[in-house]
Write a protein that binds this ligand. Structure first.
Ligand code: AP5
Ligand code: MG
Length: 215
């Protein structure tokens, strides 16, 4: 199954992608995670990406397209994949379509996560991410067993630098201007499915799995 999870910052794409990845045994490819890893490792790409990410802007298309192209060509993705946070511009979506068509493949579903704006702000302000593994928590809604420590690896939980209030505002504006046109883009291709992303994580997961099994 080849899926795209589309939606504003903080709607729960990463949380649900992690669970669907385990359920269907297909990799989650998160451009945000790949970019943060490059920033942490201080690679050339990471140094270039950091300035855009800290402002809440999109990293240039050619950089993220290169990252995704590398991943979807690997054997891991033979059974499918979940793209979390990619594509984010029409140019990225066009290139993804071309890359898949070259392999005689296509996307099965683009899931558009929808939640009210106030919920986005609450989710992002309380998010805590593990500093050593991909686990993500929320101080109120998805708390770790021990405050400040990851359940999986006991790594320190930290707040993402782009979850500061001003940066969140910019990310939401960038989403509206540059990414939301993809809703109609994929609706016109008849592969868009709307998902109500409100409510507790398990309820969202149940709705998502029902939607995917009906695809
Ligand atoms: P990225 O990492 O993709 O960030 P994002 O799209 O802004 O989305 P988030 O990761 O913030 O939210 P999410 O939807 O994954 O929510 P989560 O599951 O964590 O991108 C970061 C930056 O990288 C971009 O700004 C850009 O600079 C760059 N970038 C990345 N991809 C790019 C691309 N393709 N092109 C160009 N630039 C790119 O959940 C949020 C919180 O809510 C967590 O605390 C979680 O525990 C909690 N939560 C989740 N579900 C629920 C629920 N049902 N109820 C209550 N709480 C919940
Ligand atoms: Mg995410």
């Amino acid at each position: 199954m080849r899926l795209v999870f589309l939606g504003a910052p903080g709607v729960g794409k990463g949380t649900q992608a992690e669970m669907v990845s385990a359920k269907y045994s297909i990799p989650k490819i998160s451009t945000g995670d790949l970019l943060r890893a490059a920033v942490a490792q201080q690679t050339l790409l990471g140094k270039e990406a950091k300035q855009f990410m800290n402002r809440g802007d999109l990293v240039p298309d050619n950089v993220v397209i290169g990252l995704v192209q590398e991943k979807i060509g690997t054997a891991d993705c033979a059974k499918g994949f979940i793209l979390d946070g990619f594509p984010r511009t029409v140019a990225q979506a066009d290139t993804l379509g071309t890359l898949l068509a070259e392999k005689e493949l296509s996307l099965d579903r683009v899931v558009h996560f929808v939640i009210p704006r106030e919920e986005v702000i609450n989710r992002l302000s309380g998010r805590r991410s593990c500093s050593t593994c991909p686990a993500v928590y929320h101080v109120e809604f998805v708390p770790p067993k021990q405050a400040g420590l990851c359940d999986e690896c006991e790594g320190e939980l930290v707040q993402r630098s782009d979850d500061q209030k001003e940066t969140v505002e910019s990310r939401l504006t960038v989403y509206e201007e540059q990414t939301s046109p993809l809703i109609d883009y994929y609706r016109e291709k008849n592969i868009l499915a709307e998902l109500n992303g409100s409510g507790i994580v398990d309820d969202v997961q149940e709705r998502l799995l029902a939607l995917l099994s009906a695809s």
